[in-house]
Write a protein of this length. Structure first.
Length: 591
C-alpha cells in the first residue's frame, strides 16, 4: 500500500447535475465504485468500506437528490437513463484509463444495469456485483413472459407474486402526499425500527445520514420516473458481457430470489451467491459483500478462483457438495472416516481430524488416492483451546468450512456408582465437550461469514434410551441432543442448518475401545461382556458407511433429527409415545 486516500470531490453528470463523491482506501489498488439506492446515501456503505479499504481504492457518491448532490426538480431527471449518466460520469472522472469494479444496491444497482446496456460499458466496468436491484429489462421480461403462460402455473404465480411485491412503488409514485408521509415517518424513526425488527439488523450496523428523512422524501421521484415505465416495456435482449455477480437475498420482501433463476440467459459470465438476508444486505451482511467483490476482482486480476467463487459460478458442473469444505472430527475410523469419504465422493474438500494423527492422515490419503482433496490434522476435541487453535488454522489455510461434522466420541459402559469420577468426566469432556467446542469455534465463524452452512452433531439412540449400564455415555449423548436442539434455534436466523444424528447399533471399532467399569469383585466379567458385545455388533452387519450416507442425505435435505438404523427409529418413536417403557427397561438393567 503506497498511501491512503480520503477526499471529497464533485463530478458533473451529463445533464449538469453535480454529484458529491467520496474516496478512500489504498491509492495503488483497483478502483471499486459503490452505488446506493433509495432511501439511502453514500453512508449506506459505511460497514462495507472498511472491509475493502486495505485492498481497493473505494469511491462512493450520493445519488442525485441525496446528500451533497444536486436535487433537480423535474421527475424526468430521475429516470434510470439519468442514473446511468451519473455512473458513467463518476467512472470517467475517477478512472479514465482503467476499468473499475462496481457494487450496486437497490435503485443504484438498477442504474448500473442501465449503463451496462450501453456499447462502451464493457470497456469501463471490469466486474459488477448487484444487490437487490435487478435490471428493469430483465424484470420486465420475467414478468411479461411468465404472465403470458398461465399453462405453466408455477412460473405464472411467481411472476404474479413478484409484480404484487412491487405494487408499493405505485403508492410511492403519488406526488406531494407520498414524500410528505415518508418525511414524517422517517423523522419518527420508522425506517430504523423496520430494519431492526423485520430484517434483524443490529442498531450499530444501521447507517443513515443526518439528512436521511429529507433525502428520502426528495429522492422519491425515482419511483414515478421508473415504475410504470419498467412495467410497460423493456429491451427484449439486454445482454451483458461484463462479469456479473448476483447477491440474492433470500428474505428480500421486494425482490424475490426466483426472479434471478433465468439470469444466465442474459449474461456471458455469471456468479450467484444466495444470502440469508433481507433487502438491506449492505448493512446486515457487509462482510459477504466485501468478500464477494474481493474474490471476483482477484479472479479478474488473474488470481486463482476462491472456493466461494467457484461455488457461486453459474453453469459450472459439480456435485451437490462440489466446491464445498467439510470438516469431520474423529475422521480416522468408524463413522467419521466413512463420513469423510462420503463427502469427498460428493465433490467436497475434506478436513479430516482425529486424536490419532496417523489415522487422520490415512483417511486423507484414501481420499487423495480416489482423486479427492483432503487435509489431515491431529485434534483432541475435549481441549477447547486446541479446538479454537485448530479452527483458526483451518480457516486461515482453507477458509471457513461449509459443513462441520462433530463426530468424535468415546464409548463407556458401567453404572454411575461403579464409574470413577474422572472417567465419568472424561466421557462428558469428549462426547459433549467435543461437540460444544466444535460448535463454539466453527458456528461463530459460520455466522460471521454470513452465507449459511450446516452443522452435524453426532449423538446416539442412547440419547433417548436410558440404560443404567451406560450411565455416562447416555448422559453425554442426551446432552448433545438437547444442546443441538437449543443451538439449532439460535443458528436458524443466520441460515445455518443443524442436524442431530442418532445412530443405533453400528459395527465400528468403538466397542473395541470402550471402557467397562464393573462393581468390585466382578472385574473378571468385563472381558466376557466385551466379547459378547463385539459379537453382537459384528452380527448386526450395520456398518458406519450407512451412517455416513444418512449424514450426507440429512445435510442435503436439512433434516433436524436423523435416527440411523431400525432400532434407532424404534426407540425414537417409543421415547415420544411411551417413555415410561424405556424407563422401566432401564430399571430392569436390560442393555
Amino acid at each position: 500500500m503506497t498511501g491512503v486516500a480520503r477526499r471529497g470531490f464533485t463530478v458533473r453528470s451529463a445533464d449538469g447535475v453535480t454529484l458529491s463523491c467520496h474516496e478512500e482506501g489504498t491509492t495503488d489498488g483497483p478502483t471499486v465504485v459503490l452505488v446506493h439506492g433509495w432511501p439511502d446515501s453514500h453512508v449506506l456503505w459505511d460497514g462495507v468500506v472498511p472491509l475493502l479499504a486495505d485492498r481497493f481504492r473505494v469511491v462512493r457518491y450520493d445519488n442525485r437528490g441525496v446528500g451533497g448532490s444536486d436535487a433537480p426538480r423535474p421527475v424526468s431527471a430521475y429516470t434510470m437513463q439519468r442514473f446511468a449518466d451519473d455512473v458513467a460520469a463518476v467512472i470517467g472522472a475517477v478512472s479514465p484509463d482503467e476499468p473499475v469494479h462496481v457494487l450496486g444496491h437497490d435503485w443504484g444497482s438498477v442504474g448500473v444495469w442501465e449503463y451496462l446496456a450501453r456499447p462502451d460499458a464493457s470497456a469501463r466496468i471490469a466486474s459488477f456485483t448487484s444487490v437487490s436491484g435487478p435490471s428493469t429489462d430483465h424484470l420486465n421480461r420475467f414478468v411479461i413472459d411468465n404472465l403470458k403462460r398461465p399453462y405453466l402455473p408455477r412460473r405464472f404465480l411467481r411472476a404474479l407474486v413478484q409484480v404484487l411485491r412491487l405494487t408499493y412503488m405505485a403508492a410511492f409514485s403519488v406526488p406531494v402526499l407520498a414524500p410528505a408521509l415518508v418525511r414524517v415517518a422517517f423523522r419518527a424513526g420508522a425506517m430504523g425500527r423496520v430494519l431492526r425488527t423485520r430484517d434483524g439488523i443490529p442498531a450499530h450496523r444501521i447507517h443513515h445520514s443526518t439528512t436521511f428523512a429529507a433525502d428520502a422524501a426528495t429522492s422519491m421521484k425515482v419511483y414515478p420516473a421508473n415504475y410504470f415505465r419498467a412495467l410497460a416495456g423493456g429491451r427484449k435482449d439486454h445482454r451483458v458481457d461484463v462479469p456479473v455477480q448476483l447477491i440474492v437475498n433470500a428474505r428480500d420482501p421486494f425482490v424475490r430470489p426466483y426472479l434471478y433463476d433465468d439470469a444466465d440467459r442474459w449474461m456471458s459470465r455469471l456468479w450467484r451467491r444466495d444470502v440469508p438476508a433481507g433487502h438491506w444486505a449492505p448493512m446486515s451482511h457487509p462482510q459477504v459483500l466485501a468478500t464477494a467483490v474481493t474474490e471476483l476482482a482477484d479472479l479478474i486480476g488473474g488470481a486463482a478462483p476462491a472456493r466461494g467463487l467457484l461455488r457461486a459460478q453459474v453453469g459450472r458442473p459439480r456435485g451437490h457438495f462440489g466446491d464445498m469444505l467439510v470438516s469431520v472430527t474423529g475422521a480416522g475410523s468408524g463413522i467419521g472416516r466413512e463420513t469423510a469419504l462420503a463427502f469427498a465422493r460428493e465433490g467436497a474438500d475434506v478436513i479430516a481430524s482425529d486424536v490419532d494423527e496417523a489415522s487422520a492422515k490415512a483417511t486423507a490419503a484414501t481420499i487423495a488416492a480416489a482423486g479427492g482433496t483432503a487435509f489431515a490434522y491431529a485434534l483432541d476435541v475435549s481441549d477447547a483451546d486446541a479446538v479454537e487453535a485448530f479452527a483458526d488454522r483451518v480457516c486461515a489455510e482453507h477458509g471457513v468450512p461449509d459443513v462441520v461434522v462433530n463426530n468424535a466420541g468415546i464409548g463407556h459402559a458401567g453404572s454411575f456408582l461403579d464409574t470413577p469420577a474422572e472417567q465419568w468426566d472424561r466421557v462428558l469432556d469428549v462426547n459433549l465437550g467435543g461437540v460444544v467446542n466444535g460448535c463454539r469455534s466453527f458456528a461463530r465463524r459460520l455466522v460471521e461469514r454470513g452465507t449459511g452452512g450446516h452443522v452435524v452433531n453426532v449423538s446416539s439412540m442412547a440419547a433417548y434410551a436410558p440404560l443404567q449400564a451406560m450411565n455416562a455415555y447416555c448422559t453425554s449423548k442426551a446432552a448433545v441432543y438437547m444442546f443441538s436442539d437449543c443451538l439449532r434455534a439460535e443458528l436458524s436466523s443466520a441460515g445455518i442448518g443443524l442436524t442431530t444424528v442418532c445412530p443405533g447399533v453400528i459395527d465400528t471399532n468403538i466397542v473395541h475401545t470402550t471402557r467397562f467399569d464393573a462393581p468390585p469383585g466382578k472385574a473378571g466379567q468385563v472381558s466376557g461382556r466385551r466379547r459378547q458385545l463385539e459379537a453382537m455388533f459384528a452380527a448386526r452387519h450395520y456398518g458406519p458407511d450407512k451412517v455416513a450416507k444418512a449424514i450426507v442425505s440429512a445435510v442435503r435435505k436439512n433434516k433436524p433429527i436423523r435416527p440411523v438404523a431400525p432400532e434407532a427409529y424404534l426407540l425414537y418413536g417409543t421415547s415420544r409415545i411411551a417413555p415410561q417403557a424405556l424407563r422401566s427397561t432401564a430399571r430392569a438393567g436390560i442393555v
